[in-house]
Ligand binder design. Structure first.
Ligand SMILES: NC(=O)C1=CN([C@@H]2O[C@H](COP(=O)(O)OP(=O)(O)OC[C@H]3O[C@@H](n4cnc5c(N)ncnc54)[C@H](OP(=O)(O)O)[C@@H]3O)[C@@H](O)[C@H]2O)C=CC1
Ligand SMILES: O=C(O)CCCC(=O)O
Length: 471
């Protein structure tokens, strides 16, 4: 199976794709017009009717083949991810494994879409529930996880018995096209799962929300676009999953294991150069350990090796593009003008156009833009606090509610803080919480719905109440 970029691309294609490390064009992808995609949705819907009739076991067998092929082609997929998203090869390989894990999980979970029998409310009547596929789905995915954000939506849709059409991010269509090719090779019917790159995301977004055959939309990306889609889906009352922006607090209490907290902060903050919605966005450190934590973090941050993702040993890649880098530079410069202090970094990097140095700022306060906007870059803004109540108040003082992290050893505190944080996901004494077995998702303006776990399958199923009377 050829997954080389040249075989996925199209020299005449309208969508130019760039290497974030150099800014140079790496290929072009074919794009699809509104009319093309409208026909693709109609064909997908027809294929979905047939797919839904198959047994869950048949569907699982095909998904398992897709999983095996994805694992088998890890290296080619990882090269594509690095080429178009810029992330270091080690992280790209990790992403392929993470992405594949959703295919494996949902291949198995699809077989367990159980209904219930309910003790009846009246003699002569029986009450049951069954779960059925929601119908034809559309998905819109971001560039920061060009493999995993596709499989996290497509695998449960297919496992549940649905067809799905995906619009990948403009920056990263090739990873998506490679996954589509592998799925078709595994036996997923061609019309059932299609990837449709475009240079006009608003046009396809509107089509997905209004096409009469689409029953569900799943979106991962910015809160602003999520809100637009939410408005647009209201006319057809679509089922909606939204995984939007975050403003994750990472709290280090006086009783924390400091080395473990530094380890967690590195993983949570600098993964994918800080470009994930669950990256620590604010580091809150209690008075008693503030200076020691910052010193230890500085040592680790200064050991990061900045460079192109394809270079051996790189641990910090470029930002997705110069707009991403400029946003980070603006937030840091504003914070410095408002009184924050640079501990390390705080400047663009001479590694190339899209690079920003790994940065730590101290003296950050909640009123600074860097503490309220999603940074999406390798910058750790440190906010100092005194009491547990103050930490929880600062942490919750945001319209977002995706992920939160804290380090503490007092067991009472662990429970108090875990329960007090208004977030969809909270990790105590760990800096990474992403896994296919747990429900990933947010509350407040971070979105709705869950991905991964059995809850992720339910997003693609309707629960039907069945009453049988006259018994
Ligand atoms: N929750 C998350 O995982 C993510 C959060 N973000 C946040 O959003 C910020 C901006 O990143 P950005 O890539 O611009 O995020 P967007 O929300 O713009 O992009 C996510 C996806 O939505 C598509 N899209 C853009 N506009 C529309 C529209 N009007 N209707 C339908 N789909 C649309 C994009 O297409 P196209 O690529 O063609 O523009 C892409 O496929 C980041 O700095 C970060 O703060 C970004 C990415 C992921
Ligand atoms: O929304 C994102 O930023 C991608 C998900 C990251 C993850 O699954 O850990």
């Amino acid at each position: 199976m050829n997954l080389e970029l040249e075989s996925l691309g199209d020299a005449e294609g309208a969508l130019a794709v760039f290497d974030p490390a150099t800014g140079s064009e790496i290929g072009r992808a074919t794009t699809y017009s509104e009319d093309d995609v409208s026909s693709i949705i109609t064909l997908a819907d027809a294929a979905g009717q047939e797919w839904a009739q198959r047994t869950a076991k048949d569907r699982a067998a095909i998904l398992s083949k897709w999983f095996a092929l994805t694992k088998q082609h890890t290296e080619e997929l990882a090269r594509l991810v690095t080429a178009e998203s810029g992330k270091p090869m080690a992280e790209s390989r990790g992403e392929v494994a993470y992405g594949a894990s959703f295919i494996e999980w949902f291949a198995e979970e699809g077989k367990r879409a159980y209904g219930e029998t309910v003790p009846t409310f009246a003699a002569g009547k029986r009450v049951m529930t069954i779960k059925q596929p929601v119908g034809t789905c559309a998905a819109i995915t971001p560039w920061n996880f060009p493999v995993a954000m596709i499989t996290r939506k497509v695998a449960p849709a297919l496992a549940a018995g649905c067809a799905i059409v995906v619009k990948p991010a403009e920056a990263t269509p090739f990873s998506a096209l490679a996954l589509e090719r592998l799925a078709h090779e595994a036996g997923v019917p061609r019309e059932l799962f299609r990837v449709v790159p475009t240079t006009d995301p608003a046009e396809l977004g509107t089509l997905f929300c209004t096409h009469p055959r689409i029953r569900k939309l799943s979106f991962t990306g910015s809160t602003a676009v999520g809100k637009t889609l939410m408005r647009q889906t209201s006319d057809n009352v679509l089922r909606l999953s939204l995984e939007l922006g975050g403003n994750a607090p990472f709290i280090v209490f006086d009783d924390a294991d400091l080395d473990a907290a530094v380890e967690g902060a590195m993983a949570s903050k600098y993964r994918n150069a800080g470009q994930t919605c669950v990256c620590a966005n604010r580091i809150l450190v209690q008075d008693g350990v503030h200076d020691a934590f910052v010193e230890k973090l500085k040592t680790r941050v200064e050991a990061l090796k900045i460079g192109a993702g394809c270079e051996e040993g790189t641990t910090l890649g470029p930002l997705i593009n110069s707009a991403g880098r400029d946003k980070v530079a603006r937030l840091v410069d504003q914070a410095l003008s408002a009184g924050a202090k640079p501990v390390t970094g705080a400047t663009t990097s001479d590694a190339g156009e899209g690079f920003y140095e790994a940065t730590i700022l101290t003296g950050v306060t909640s009123d600074m833009a860097i503490a309220s906007e999603e940074i999406f870059g390798p910058v750790a803004p440190v906010i100092r606090f005194s009491t547990e109540d103050e930490a929880i108040r600062i942490a919750n003082d945001t319209p977002y509610g995706l992920a939160a992290y804290f380090y503490a050893r007092d067991v009472g505190r662990v429970f108090r803080v875990m329960e007090g944080l208004e977030y969809g996901m909270v990790a105590a004494n760990d800096g990474i919480l992403s896994t296919e077995v747990a429900p990933f998702g947010g509350i407040k303006q971070s979105g709705m719905g869950r991905e991964g776990s059995s809850h992720g399958l339910d997003e693609y199923l309707e629960l039907k109440y069945c009453l049988v009377g006259g018994i």
